[in-house]
Design a protein around this ligand. Structure first.
Ligand SMILES: *[C@@H]1O[C@H](CO)[C@@H](O)[C@H](O)[C@H]1NC(C)=O
Length: 490
């Protein structure tokens, strides 16, 4: 009995010690934006009633919604050859120097909404050059023609200058997307841009932008699909980029690689370019092992799954955490903000939109009915991923600095951010945030004062039972199982 009592005492001391956490005093990277893209859903959602279009804009860009701080507008190439009409955006291009500014009313509508909401980072991105500049005369399956690089750069510049004249100021431009791939299956626009062409595209575009008075528009490249593309190719093009021509090295992470490889991507990108790395696209993740599909911390892979619950939100959270702590990216974008890949029919089974299935895809923050044209269902369905993005966008302020967090309860990962100025938030003013993701199914508590981030002012939580709930200050905060909680400090 005495021996048992002794071991219990030891155990409780051990538990108390493991619950103390700390925020590092060494600053990591500066973070500058959280967003998603406007491919290709505007082509559908533009056909919805005006009230729904307004609702979607508010959910993405408004302060009652996610308040995204980055939006990526897709400059379409007209979709020649593309089999899926939703993924065939109209093009402004008519012929060299001739443009049809009435084209792509759908995409431009949501771009204007983002600009009106003062989304601070607007990127224009390109999947394919106009067919006149590709090797096969289509918007998919070909290569960018060497002799057209100058015309391609001038076309992009003319589009950006047009929007500037309309009062829409792009902060960034991305002239190629996953350039290893010709996108020969033609399910979407795309073109190959060889590693030998990439620096030429960036350098030429820098000159045409500068000549048009668009020095403030930063160029990002090369939107590599994965570390498996980026790592062997980076040394073939980044050293040929003119100093000052590139604002960021943009990448995707469809290889779902391990931490060490992702860290190597970040350090390689920065050391070869001298600029930040940005994570600019991810979707379509599912647990690598189907037995792990309800585990938010499971190893992930590319594949079909519609996971609108906290599990899907925390799986994306896992990728964000890896991007910020391993690649040390300065920016994070999800892929398409909206998707119709629900994998079920909401009119036949209303509860299916909040239930995981393996027919749909994790490629939206908000979903809509793929049969809207025939069944007139223009409702939109929010996932818990939208609320993960709301934590990130509202509490990782532009220009804030990340600090590592260690010693958290098991299954909890955390990231701290400090701003040099006071920020207004739904909870009040704050200078620091601590975003905590509980990947476990049981609740656990933290003591906010241990963060050493200032006076605890309260926060917001997203869990299975609430999309978004704010709370005030207290000495201890319970983190529900499968939750995202942000603590704010002033
Ligand atoms: C401009 O684009 C609109 C929308 O696609 C189209 O209806 C119109 O015919 C185009 N005009 C020209 C001159 O190509």
């Amino acid at each position: 009995m005495a021996r048992l009592l002794t071991s219990l005492v030891v155990l409780s001391v051990h538990c108390a010690a493991t619950l103390a956490f700390s925020v590092s005093s060494s600053p990591s990277q500066t973070v500058n934006g959280i967003g998603a893209s406007g491919a290709w859903w505007p082509n559908d959602v533009y056909q919805f009633p005006d009230s729904v279009r307004e609702q979607v804009a508010e959910l993405l860009f408004g302060q009652s919604g996610a308040g995204l701080t980055s939006y990526r507008y897709n400059i379409g190439a007209g979709g020649s050859g593309v089999s899926n009409p939703t993924r065939a955006p109209q093009t402004f291009y008519v012929s060299p120097g001739q443009y049809n500014w009435s084209a792509d009313a759908a995409g431009v509508y949501f771009l204007q909404k983002a600009a009106q909401a003062n989304v601070p980072q607007l990127t224009a991105f390109i999947n394919s050059a106009p067919p006149a500049m590709t090797s096969n005369g289509r918007a998919c399956g070909g290569n960018l023609v060497d002799g057209q690089i100058q015309a391609f750069a001038q076309y992009i510049t003319d589009v950006i200058a047009h929007f500037r004249d309309e009062g829409i100021h792009f902060t960034h431009v991305s002239p190629m997307n996953e350039p290893d791939d010709t996108f020969g299956s033609c399910g979407q626009e795309g073109m190959q841009v060889t590693p030998q062409q990439r620096a030429n595209v960036v350098n030429t575009l820098r000159t045409t932008l500068d000549n048009a008075g668009l020095q403030s528009v930063g160029i990002m490249a090369d939107e590599s699909s994965s570390t498996g593309n980026f790592l062997p190719e980076a040394s073939q093009w980044l050293p040929q980029v003119r100093k000052g021509a590139l604002a960021a090295v943009s990448h995707h992470q469809y290889g779902f690689n391990n931490d060490a490889t992702v860290a190597q991507l970040g350090s390689t990108g920065r050391s070869l370019s001298g600029v930040d790395t940005w994570f600019t696209e991810i979707c379509c993740f599912t647990a690598a092992s189907s037995s792990q599909k309800s585990n938010p911390a499971a190893a992930l892979t590319y594949g079909a799954a519609y996971e609108p619950t906290m599990v899907g939100a925390l799986q994306l959270g896992q990728l964000v955490y890896q991007s910020f702590t391993q690649a040390q990216d300065a920016h994070f974008d999800f892929w398409t903000a909206l998707s119709n890949e629900i994998g079920c029919s909401p009119l036949n089974n209303p509860s299916c939109v909040t239930t995981a299935n393996t027919n749909g895809w994790n490629d939206g923050l908000i979903y809509y009915d793929s049969s809207f044209a025939s069944n007139r269902n223009t409702a939109v369905y929010q996932t818990k991923r939208l609320f993960l993005m709301k934590h990130l966008a509202q509490f990782i302020w532009l220009g804030s600095t990340r600090f590592g967090v260690s010693g958290l309860p098991s299954n909890v990962v955390g990231m701290a951010f400090k701003s040099s100025s006071s920020q207004s938030t739904p909870i009040g003013s704050a200078r620091a945030s601590l975003i905590l993701m509980n990947m476990g199914t049981s609740a656990t508590s933290v003591t906010p004062s241990q963060a050493g981030l200032g006076n605890f002012a309260g926060g917001a939580v997203t869990s299975s039972s609430t999309d978004w709930q704010t709370f005030g200050a207290s000495s201890s905060v319970s983190l529900p199982g499968l939750s995202i909680t942000t603590l704010l400090f002033n």
